[in-house]
Every structure is written in structure tokens, then in C-alpha cells.
Design a protein around this ligand. Structure first.
Ligand SMILES: [Zn+2]
Length: 236
């Protein structure tokens, strides 16, 4: 039964190594920046650009309004200081003042809209920034946990490697070949535990006559799935 016990032990190590490697690949892939973090950072950038654009628009409008006011003041001065006497010229000047005032009104409405939009954009930027801080801190926690898990996985894989290295020389070459063939062709399970006289891999009961002989043999096989069987009590 020692040969089956060794192969069963090897299978446990191999199966654990497989699942650890699988998890290690997942952990490694999850390390680094996540799409959620990148998206949160881009949202802050977008909001900041927005706020900046509205601030520029506000400043441009304020400058335009100041220019219009100067122009109106100067036109009105000319209008009322008596320097222009020609009625047609006076009329034109009056029209010019009127149209400048209309334009000023329009620009002032636009300025109000720009100021409101700027406030909203700045508020949105603040919220995006706060969201980013939250996402970043959750991400840092996750990354630290993943790094810790990676270390544990690598440590355990090292233990498995050492245990395998110690176990392999004790297994005869033909057993190893048999084991590898069965692992390859039987869904990764070469050795099945026998519980209450039945193979736990396929459920087939082992006839009692074979069971008697099995106790004396080093290796015996399930008559149905052909896996190496090991009585559960042999593992206790
Ligand atoms: Zn079986």
C-alpha cells in the first residue's frame, strides 16, 4: 500500500500546485492599475478641463464686456459733447450706442450662464476628486491584500516544490509513468480514494473478493475507471 500512498501524496501536491498556480495567475493579473481606478482618474481630468474651459470663457466675456463699456462711454461722450453736429452722423452714432448696448446685454447674459456653468463644473470636479480618493484608497487596500496573497502563494509553492523533490526519488519510475498517464487521461485524478468499498471517483463498488486481494497488493485498480485505488483508512 506504500506505493499507492506515495502516489496519492504526489497527486495531492500536484493538485494543490495547480490550483495555487491558477490563483497566482489571477492575483498577478489583478495587480496594477484597474479600469475603475483609471476611469476615476480620467473623470477628474475631464471635470478639470471642463471647469477650466468655463473659467476661460468667463474671463473672455468679462474682457469683452469691459471693452464694450469703454466703447459705449466713449461714443456717448462724443454724442453729448457737441463735437458732432451733422444730424446723419449723430443718428449713426446713436444707433451705434444702441447696438453696442444690446451686444453688452447679450454678453452679460452669456457671462451669467458661463458663471453658473463654471460653478457646476467646479462642483463636479470636486465630486470627481472625492470619488477618486475613495477609489484610490480601496484600490490600495486591494493591492496590499493581493501582494500579501501573492507572497503566501509563492511561499506555499516553494514548500510544495521541496516536498515533491523529497518524494519523487522514493517513487519507482514505472509508478511515476503510470501516474502521469492516468492523470493525463483521467481528468487529473490518477489515484482515487476507496470509501465503504467503493471508488469515490466513479462510484463503482469493488467486489469483496477483489477487496480481500487488494489489501495484499501494492497497487490495485478500480475495475471501472481504472484509477489506482487507495482505501481511505490507509490515509489516516
Ligand atoms: Zn473508479
Amino acid at each position: 500500500m506504500n506505493r499507492a500512498i506515495s502516489l496519492h501524496r504526489l497527486q495531492q501536491l500536484d493538485q494543490e500546485e495547480e490550483s495555487l498556480r491558477h490563483r497566482l495567475r489571477e492575483v498577478t493579473a489583478a495587480l496594477g492599475e484597474t479600469p475603475t481606478l483609471q476611469e476615476a482618474r480620467q473623470a477628474v481630468q475631464r471635470a478639470a478641463n471642463d471647469a477650466h474651459r468655463w473659467a476661460v470663457r468667463q474671463r473672455d466675456l468679462e474682457l469683452a464686456i469691459r471693452g464694450l463699456k469703454d466703447e459705449i462711454t466713449s461714443a456717448e461722450r462724443t454724442l453729448y459733447n457737441g463735437s458732432v453736429r451733422n444730424p446723419k452722423a449723430l443718428d449713426d452714432l446713436q444707433k451705434k450706442v444702441l447696438s453696442l448696448k444690446k451686444l453688452q446685454e447679450k454678453r452679460e447674459e452669456e457671462l451669467l450662464e458661463a458663471m453658473i456653468a463654471r460653478e457646476e463644473a467646479e462642483e463636479a470636479q470636486k465630486q470627481a476628486q472625492a470619488h477618486l480618493v475613495e477609489v484610490e484608497s480601496a484600490w490600495r487596500r486591494d493591492q496590499a491584500a493581493l501582494e500579501a496573497e501573492k507572497g503566501q502563494l509563492e511561499g506555499r509553492l516553494g514548500e510544495i516544490r521541496r516536498a515533491r523533490a523529497a518524494l519523487l526519488p522514493t517513487i519507482p519510475r514505472e509508478d511515476l509513468e503510470l501516474y502521469r498517464n492516468l492523470r493525463r487521461t483521467r481528468g487529473g485524478m490518477a489515484v482515487a480514494v476507496m470509501r465503504f468499498g467503493a471508488c469515490t471517483a466513479c462510484g463503482m463498488e469493488v467486489p469483496s473478493g477483489r477487496l480481500e486481494r487488494a489489501r495484499e497488493m501494492d497497487l490495485f485498480f478500480c475495475g471501472n475507471c481504472e484509477r489506482i485505488l487507495i482505501p481511505e483508512e490507509a490515509l489516516l
